[in-house]
Ligand binder design. Structure first.
Ligand SMILES: NC(=O)c1ccc[n+]([C@@H]2O[C@H](COP(=O)([O-])OP(=O)(O)OC[C@H]3O[C@@H](n4cnc5c(N)ncnc54)[C@H](O)[C@@H]3O)[C@@H](O)[C@H]2O)c1
Length: 255
């Protein structure tokens, strides 16, 4: 069955780049109307331009997911523009400097929890409040491999992404009865702006533990996101889907 978004409208946070841009493009190709939410205006507008160039429908809404009124305004903007909020991909995030856990100070720890955990919470809460009153919807959170296992030198990120997995399960459990499905994808290392400065040794060490020994392309993460957001995944909720080249398959490599 082809995942169709004809007649549906929604949002992608962090849609200005990487995984979010790839997901937004694919949703628009399948007929969905998409609001691109990003803190980076130029990048977000560029995604809108790319979608329109292909004949799709999209708009940009400047959004900072760490600012609750900004998230509330985002949800309202989708409904104002397109008449409904049927799907949401909560995906935005930025990079964190690599350090051992105790070397982060409390300020950096608080910043990371705000961006990686409280931001997705604001998004979930505002989307759910709308969807609950309007017949349901589908939400996909971008967690991470670091939401399933520890990722080295990113303690607050790892903690927050485990939290995103927890929010995903809680929301799926509590709101299924309103027709709301909530799932998460857990990407391994993907070739995006977030990973461009990672040292080769780090990438080598991570990919060595995978079955498929390379970085992912953003489109390879977007594909399961789009499927989970669509009605093709109508019996899937609370699923935490590794999209990690097999990194979590086994602790033993056969190579
Ligand atoms: N790239 C990877 O290897 C990888 C691996 C696992 C998980 N992830 C997750 O995937 C998601 C997308 O990351 P990406 O790799 O595509 O990165 P990216 O940098 O290409 O895209 C992230 C986007 O989020 C936007 N953003 C940052 N802070 C924001 C804020 N406060 N409010 C709104 N928008 C904001 C950025 O401007 C950017 O456009 C993130 O949640 C990230 O943690 C990425």
């Amino acid at each position: 069955m082809t995942a169709s978004f004809i007649g549906k409208a929604g949002l992608v946070t962090g849609g200005g780049s990487g995984i979010g841009r790839a997901a937004a493009l694919e949703i628009a190709r399948r007929g969905g109307k998409v609001v691109i939410a990003d803190i980076a205006d130029e990048a977000g507008l560029e995604t809108v331009r790319l979608i329109e160039q292909e004949g799709g429908i999209a708009a940009f809404q400047h959004t900072d997911i760490t600012d609750e009124p900004s998230v509330a305004a985002l949800v309202a903007s989708v409904v104002d523009r397109y008449g409904s909020l049927d799907f949401a991909h909560n995906n935005a995030a930025g990079g964190i400097p690599p350090k051992e856990l105790a070397d982060y100070d409390s300020e950096m720890n608080a910043w990371a929890l705000k961006l990686y955990l409280e931001g997705p919470y604001f998004c979930l809460a505002h989307e759910i409040r709308y969807m609950k009153e309007h017949g349901g919807g589908s939400i996909v959170n971008t967690a991470s491999l670091a939401g399933l296992v520890a990722s080295p030198l990113t303690g607050p990120y790892t903690a927050a992404k485990h939290g995103v997995v927890g929010y995903t399960k809680s929301a799926a459990l509590e709101y299924g009865r309103y027709g709301i499905r909530v799932n998460a994808v857990c990407p391994g290392v993907v070739r995006t702006g977030l990973t461009k400065d990672l040292p080769d040794e780090y990438i080598g060490a991570v990919t060595a533990g995978q079955v498929i020994k390379r970085l992912a392309d953003p489109a390879e993460i977007a594909a399961p996101v789009v499927f989970l957001l669509s009605d093709s995944a109508s019996f899937i909720t609370g699923a935490i889907v590794p999209v990690d080249g097999g990194a979590t398959t086994s602790t033993t490599s056969v190579d």
